[in-house]
Design a protein around this ligand. Structure first.
Ligand code: MN3
Length: 238
């Protein structure tokens, strides 16, 4: 702080200098760090479809590691501290692999926790969403079939998505690893705002289902939180 005690700093200039210093420090004072939203239910809440140990490890280790990894990149890219995760991902091609991987992983899990609820508590698709699904896929059954096929067809690790595309249509897609449909990358062929996402990494299901991804996907439908999907749909359609 030697500038503030410098011999020829008049006390008339001091307030101005303090204001300038505060402005320069704002990005750090704003303490923008990416954080995990609290899990909206207990680790046990999705049993038996998803076991408590899987939920706890997934939330406290896998997701947390992504948040820590993303925050570590603020040193390299200070502007990240003033951006939302959505803003980061929409221009992720400007950043390094660590931002892509950890940023994608953070965003994807934030959605995943929220679009699930204990069986019987997730409501059902709203009239508007139901109509849009029928218009796009023919029926709810056909939509579920296509979404499940996207989840099953993703080789290795990745995600299945229901998105609202820029022209306000629904689409089912899947992405590898930590990628998602918000990312401005040429290999993301279906871009849009995710309103439902399913994690098909083995860490999401291996303890209960071992290699049986098909069973995991089948029972996962029981814990979909349609109330949240409806809310995301409305927001994306605005
Ligand atoms: Mn995961």
């Amino acid at each position: 702080m030697h500038a503030l005690t410098h011999a020829h700093t008049s006390h008339r200039r001091l307030p101005l200098m303090l204001a300038g210093l505060t402005a320069a420090l704002m990005p750090w004072l704003a303490a923008a760090q990416f954080t995990q939203s609290p899990l909206p239910y207990a680790y046990t809440a999705l049993e038996p479809q998803i076991d408590a140990m899987t939920m706890e490890l997934h939330y406290t280790r896998h997701h947390k590691a992504a948040v820590d990894g993303l925050n570590a990149q603020i040193k390299t890219y200070p502007e990240l501290a003033t951006m939302t995760i959505e803003q980061v991902l929409r221009q992720v091609s400007k950043y390094n692999t660590a931002v892509r991987n950890n940023g994608g992983n953070h965003y994807n899990h934030e959605i995943f926790w929220k679009v699930m609820a204990p069986a019987g508590q997730g409501g059902k698709p709203s009239e508007a969403l139901d109509a849009a699904i029928k218009a796009q896929f023919g029926s709810m059954d056909e939509f579920r079939k296509q979404f499940s096929a996207a989840a099953m067809g993703r080789f290795g690790s990745g995600w299945a998505w229901l998105v609202v595309t820029p022209d306000k249509k629904l689409a089912v897609t899947s992405t590898p690893n930590q990628d998602n449909p918000l990312m401005d990358l040429p290999e993301i062929t279906v871009k849009g705002t995710p309103i439902l996402g399913l994690d098909v990494w083995e860490h999401a299901y291996y303890l209960s289902y071992q290699n049986r991804r098909g069973d995991y996907v089948k029972y996962w439908w029981d814990v979909v939180n349609w109330n949240e999907v409806n809310r995301r749909f409305e927001e994306a359609m605005r």
